[in-house]
Ligand binder design. Structure first.
Ligand SMILES: Cc1ncc(COP(=O)(O)O)c(C=O)c1O
Length: 384
């Protein structure tokens, strides 16, 4: 059997994705993007959503719109994808990496206030809702009020997540979502959005996402539009296309049903793998988006390494992944910032033991059984 790490949901009939407006010839940012932004804003309970061509773009634009730079600093977890960090570097900020929480995979909040207290050049915190488990946002917002900080959530995994009883995305600061191919919904492979309740920020991000232009193509060329435009500041080219938004609109119709299937898969993994001494299961709490299911191999209880485990599963046709190689271990960051490996003991430990199992609505019961059966087979042979 061949089971890929991810398989996106695409309807058999592609006509379901592409509405009349696309077929009439308007492909780039227009009515479908506006509709997608409105649906997302309603879903998130956010006042504004700006659709973009990636989450990375959302992170970058939020910092650019707030005029951060000049060697000011931001705090972010080391256990994340590079976008969380590079967005700050794009605007000339310096990262302060923080280790993972002892009990899980999130930014260790115990360290954050100490850093902020000692270093007044810290202006931003970028927490990551890793795998879909939300960070305690109320804690960070309180800290933001106390020290004048901006909280920019990397919500790439967190479209359905809830923090302190409130939907992730409903924020006076900002949250960036990803619609990359393997995310809980995709806009056809690449895409993202920035959500915020702040009018000024939303307007500025929208403008910066399209060259700093006063009027986008839709407004210039639709009926009775006027060709004239101006560029009022230095912008970027991060707009989402109507083509991509129509893909996202179709996906949003299914989000509840797909979340239910994600829950079933998580429950099945939990039931089948619990009580195995050599495997530690993720603590999936209320409000988790179930984007990733990440297990830890207790390596001292195995006669093979995590990498061997992945290879053996791959040989059986099963795709697995590792989220993530910590930032301080990546060549560019090691060279550029000379991070001290000893400062991140939890992330180092996690990195050698984590494995992400297939988790997506398209995964059939048969495929899921096959994944579980093979984990248990390896456990029987190689656990001590
Ligand atoms: C935690 C995290 N942040 C940011 C991103 C970047 O998302 P995008 O590819 O939409 O820019 C990803 C993508 O995988 C991610 O996993």
């Amino acid at each position: 059997m061949k089971i890929s790490f991810h398989k996106p949901n695409i309807p058999d009939n592609l006509e379901l994705i592409f509405p009349r407006s696309i077929r009439s010839g308007w492909l780039t940012t227009g009515s479908q993007v506006s509709k997608f932004e409105k649906i997302l804003a309603d879903y998130l309970g956010a006042k504004h959503v700006v659709a973009l061509n990636s989450c990375t773009a959302g992170l970058h634009l939020a910092l650019a719109a707030k005029n951060f730079g000049n060697k000011s600093k931001f705090i972010a977890p080391t256990l994340t994808f590079v976008s969380t960090i590079e967005c700050g570097e794009y605007v000339g900020m310096q990262p302060i990496l923080v280790d993972s929480d002892k009990d899980g995979f999130l930014l260790d909040l115990n360290q954050v206030e100490d850093i902020v207290k000692k270093d007044s050049s810290v202006k931003v915190i970028i927490p990551v809702h890793y795998a879909g488990q939300s960070v305690d946002l109320q804690f960070l917002w309180d800290l933001a009020d106390k020290y004048g900080l901006f909280i920019l959530e990397d919500a790439a995994h967190a479209l359905e997540s809830v923090s302190n009883g409130k939907k992730v995305g409903d924020t006076d600061h900002a949250a960036a979502f990803s619609f990359y191919a393997n995310k809980n919904i995709t806009t056809g492979g690449e895409g993202g959005a920035l959500a915020t309740n702040n009018d000024y920020l939303a307007k500025k991000v929208k403008k910066l996402s399209l060259h700093g232009i006063t009027k986008d193509g839709w407004n210039r060329f639709r009926k009775n539009g006027n060709w004239e435009y101006d560029i009022v500041e230095l912008g970027f080219k991060y707009n989402l296309t109507d083509y991509a938004a129509s893909f996202g609109l179709w996906q949003m119709n299914h989000i509840m049903k797909w979340q239910k299937r994600r829950n079933e898969i998580v429950e099945k993994y939990n039931n089948a793998l619990s009580g195995k001494e050599g495997i530690s299961l993720p603590d999936i709490m209320e409000g988790h988006s179930k984007h990733l299911y990440v297990i830890k191999l207790k390596t001292n209880r195995w006669s093979i390494s995590r990498d061997n485990f992945i290879e053996l599963m791959n040989e059986r046709g099963i795709g697995l992944a590792v989220h993530y190689k910590p930032i301080h271990l990546l060549s560019y960051y090691k060279k550029h910032y000379k991070f001290n490996k000893n400062n991140f003991p939890t992330a180092n430990l996690l990195f050698n033991s984590i494995i992400t199992l297939p988790l997506y609505p398209n995964l059939t019961d048969n495929e899921l059984d096959y994944v579980i059966e093979n984990i248990l087979k390896l456990y029987k042979i190689y656990s001590k």
